[in-house]
Structures are given as structure tokens and as C-alpha cells.
Write a protein that binds this ligand. Structure first.
Ligand code: SF4
Length: 234
């Protein structure tokens, strides 16, 4: 007998998106456990496979029971969302991490769409998005934002080739700009919107560097910041 698939989730909560194209919209965040860049343990930072391991401040390890973290089957997750979230109040479910594409599959995305939610995914771009493609290809035509992928590349990890098969109307590039990043490395990725976002290390950001980049690069990239920190929400 095969064991039913489960999803390992750190936390789930309603908030307002603070970054990128959908900034200002109400969202329901599902934060998945685990990341392919590093273990999340302080003692392992130096072993991280990408530069973001030096500044990552996201908890993708410890389950927050008080914020509905835990291990869920698809049925249990559907039931939780059906009972606690309404698409009229919070139309977007944001699947994030860690690296959500280590766990997210077509079945999960489709079940939320069937409940009338739009499904947004934030990925570091190094994992396959074939499961997202499956949903888009099996359910055309999609309105913009029914399925939306925000790719935030983490050099030197390369972008997975499947990302290049996503329709541009479902794709946003958001580059958290640290000094290792070559923004022109993503010129071939066709997407609906491109953002540059300052990196924050020890409470300091390189905002001015990002402003200078935008001013010197025409309309290729727009500036986004972590507005939720200004709004003082999570
Ligand atoms: S990919 Fe994201 S979650 Fe993973 S280490 Fe980098 S910044 Fe943190």
C-alpha cells in the first residue's frame, strides 16, 4: 500500500503581499518547510549552495503550531482552507518557503483553483516547475494571475529549464540584488514584470545601489521593497 502524500508546512496566515507586482493585495500564505540552498541551521550557513544563505532570515525549518504549521494530507489542507479562508476576502493563496517547488504539485494547485482562489508561487527558480506547467496546459485559457510564479533567482544556482516554458503572463522576475548578481543573466527569461529588490544584511540595505540601477537601465527593472516592513505587518 502506498503512503498518502503529505505536505510539511511551517505556517499559514492571512496578510498583505508586500513585494513585487501584487504588492498591496490580501493573500493567504502557506509557507512550506525546507529549502535546497541550505539546512536553515546557523552552523550550516557557510555550506549554503547560493549567496542567499548568507543573509536568508526566513524560518523554513521550525513548525509554528500556533500559526497552523504541521503535516497535512491534501484532504486536510483543503479542509483547513475551506473552513478558514474565503476567496472573496483573500483571493490569492501564496505558496512560499523555503523552496515550495520541493513539495508543491499539480493536484494541490488545482484544488485551490477549484475553490476559486488564485495560486501564486514564490520560487528560487532552481527547481522544476513542470507541475505548474501541467496545471496551465490542462486548464487553458487562464486569466492573468490565476496561476502566477515569482522567480527570485539565487546565484550561482542556475534557473531550471522548465521555467522558460512558462507563459510570460504567468511569470514575474524578482531579483534580490546582492553583489554576486548579474541582472543581465536573466535577459532570456520572458516575463510579465521584472523587479529589483534591495538585500538586507544586518539591518542595512543597498537601496541606493538598486535606485541607481533602475535609473540607469531604462524601464527594464522596476524597484520593489519589502513594504510589509514599513506597514509593520508580517
Ligand atoms: S532560497 Fe530563499 S528560503 Fe532558501 S535560503 Fe535562499 S533566501 Fe532563504
Amino acid at each position: 500500500m502506498t503512503k498518502e502524500k503529505t505536505y510539511k508546512i511551517v505556517e499559514m496566515y492571512e496578510t498583505i503581499q508586500g513585494e513585487g507586482f501584487w504588492s498591496g493585495h490580501s493573500i493567504f500564505i502557506i509557507r512550506f518547510k525546507g529549502c535546497n540552498v541550505w539546512t536553515g541551521k546557523e552552523s550550516d550557513r557557510h555550506k549554503a549552495k547560493a549567496m542567499c544563505g548568507l543573509w536568508c532570515d526566513t524560518n523554513f525549518v521550525d513548525t509554528k503550531k500556533e500559526k497552523n504549521g504541521g503535516t497535512y494530507t491534501l484532504d486536510e489542507l483543503e479542509e483547513y482552507v475551506l473552513t478558514n479562508v474565503s476567496p472573496e476576502r483573500t483571493p490569492i493563496i501564496l505558496l512560499t518557503g523555503g523552496e515550495p517547488m520541493l513539495q508543491v504539485d499539480a493536484e494541490l494547485i488545482t484544488s485551490f483553483i477549484d475553490m476559486d482562489f488564485r495560486v501564486h508561487i514564490e520560487t528560487n527558480g532552481s527547481q522544476s516547475v513542470e507541475e505548474v506547467l501541467k496545471v496551465i496546459n490542462e486548464n487553458p485559457p487562464f486569466m492573468i494571475s490565476t496561476v502566477w510564479v515569482t522567480v527570485s533567482p539565487k546565484p550561482p544556482l542556475p534557473l531550471h529549464k522548465s521555467l522558460f516554458d512558462l507563459p510570460p503572463f504567468a511569470l514575474e522576475l524578482k531579483c534580490v540584488f546582492d553583489k554576486q548578481m548579474d541582472l543581465h543573466a536573466y535577459d532570456d527569461l520572458e516575463c510579465y514584470a521584472r523587479y529589483i529588490q534591495p538585500v538586507e544584511i544586518d539591518g542595512k540595505t543597498n537601496l541606493q545601489q538598486c535606485i541607481d540601477f533602475v535609473m540607469n537601465n531604462g524601464n527594464r527593472f522596476a524597484l520593489t521593497t519589502q513594504a510589509h516592513k514599513v506597514w509593520k505587518i508580517e
